[in-house]
Ligand binder design. Structure first.
Ligand SMILES: [Zn+2]
Length: 347
């Protein structure tokens, strides 16, 4: 269990945030004043591989556990925020084709939001994990000024997730597919080398952001090319999946090939942010994912490279900021809670 000094008890009504992952659920409580009652990661098994019934029950357990941990009476809970990996609809119906974490047939087209709402008897607000992390970054960065600001967040992981926040709220789109930043196609000029094959994404697009700025992009596209330029590199003898995961460690040691790969990722994200600059002209550009956990000098180099690759006009440079998404592990649960809080206060 978690250290008692990191847990507060509520002074008014609250919302609960539940982040559903492949192995664990992470839970948090946010009170009406915008204060989180838990400062650390509180996890329990998510049981998603056992199918929807077990997974919904595991979410209900995470909900009960976090209320117990924070001494929060159930009667104070006004709403619950839930986030899961996508693809899912804007209202939490898992894709009819399934998803990485939800590959059992019983998950296909399953309404996880509706099922949890029925189980808990409380309103449940849904976001995908990228949107939840984007919302948390926005809330944390702008605080009380969150409703007055806009931002865009790119979260680099196995894929490239993130989201677009406008006036403090996630832009969802008619089908729930707004802010699928990984699948935005970018100009490749100045990003890839002249003799480098055009990177392909699992979604079928050529040259989208995820085909470069993701672990999958490193494995499928960037490493196979860069290893031809660095044939004597120690990673040349490793399977590509292993080599891709090991690359960040080399980047932290300023290995030339690793810096070439991560440099291309930074340029790709810069191209994406340049599109964002001309689309919603956000007040903040957030960068998150595994890179946030990298050695400070490396993550700062990466953020600086992204900033340098983002073409902003002078007026934008004067007012826009670039920042890392804080609290990587907790960002999903906290963002889900912020979404629930926004729903309650808007009602
Ligand atoms: Zn794609």
């Amino acid at each position: 269990m978690d250290q008692p000094e990191t847990v507060r008890t509520p002074s008014s009504w609250v919302v609960v945030g539940l982040d559903n992952g492949g192995t664990c659920n992470n839970a948090t409580v946010l009170d009406a004043t915008g204060q989180f009652l838990v400062n650390n990661l509180v996890e329990n098994p998510s049981r998603v591989l056992d199918g929807p019934e077990s997974a919904v029950e595991a979410l209900a357990e995470a909900f009960s556990n976090i209320l117990e941990l924070t001494s929060t009476p159930l009667s104070l809970v006004r709403a619950v925020g839930l986030d899961t990996p996508g693809p899912a609809s804007a209202h939490g119906v898992i894709s009819s084709k399934g998803a990485t974490n939800f590959n059992q047939v019983s998950w296909h087209g399953f309404d996880i939001r509706g099922a949890l709402e029925a189980r808990l008897g409380l309103p449940v607000v849904y976001n995908n994990d990228g949107n939840a992390a984007a919302l948390y970054a926005h809330h944390q960065h702008f605080g009380a000024a969150a409703p007055l600001n806009s931002s865009v967040a790119a979260i680099v992981g196995t894929g490239l997730g993130g989201g677009v926040v406008e006036s403090g709220a996630v832009v969802r789109g008619v089908a729930g597919m707004a802010g699928e930043l990984g699948h935005v196609q970018i100009p490749l000029h100045g990003v890839i080398e002249d003799d480098q094959p055009v990177p392909m994404c699992n979604c079928g697009f050529a040259g989208d952001v995820e085909s470069i700025a993701s672990l999958t992009g490193i494995k499928n596209n960037l490493l196979p090319y860069w290893l031809t330029r660095f044939p004597d590199h120690p990673l040349a003898n490793e399977p590509l999946a292993t080599a891709a995961k090991a690359l960040r460690g080399y980047g932290e040691k300023e290995d030339a090939m690793a810096l070439a790969v991560f440099g291309q990722q930074a340029k790709a994200i810069g191209k994406l942010f340049t599109i964002a600059a001309n689309f919603t002209d956000p007040a903040a550009y957030f960068l998150g994912g595994g890179v946030v956990e990298a050695a400070p000098h490396f993550r700062q180099w990466f953020l600086n490279s992204v900033r340098e690759s983002t073409d902003l006009r002078d007026e934008q440079k004067a007012v826009a900021t670039f920042a890392l998404v804080p609290d990587r592990d907790m960002a999903g649960a906290r963002g889900a809670a912020v979404a629930a809080l926004n729903t309650v206060t808007a009602a």
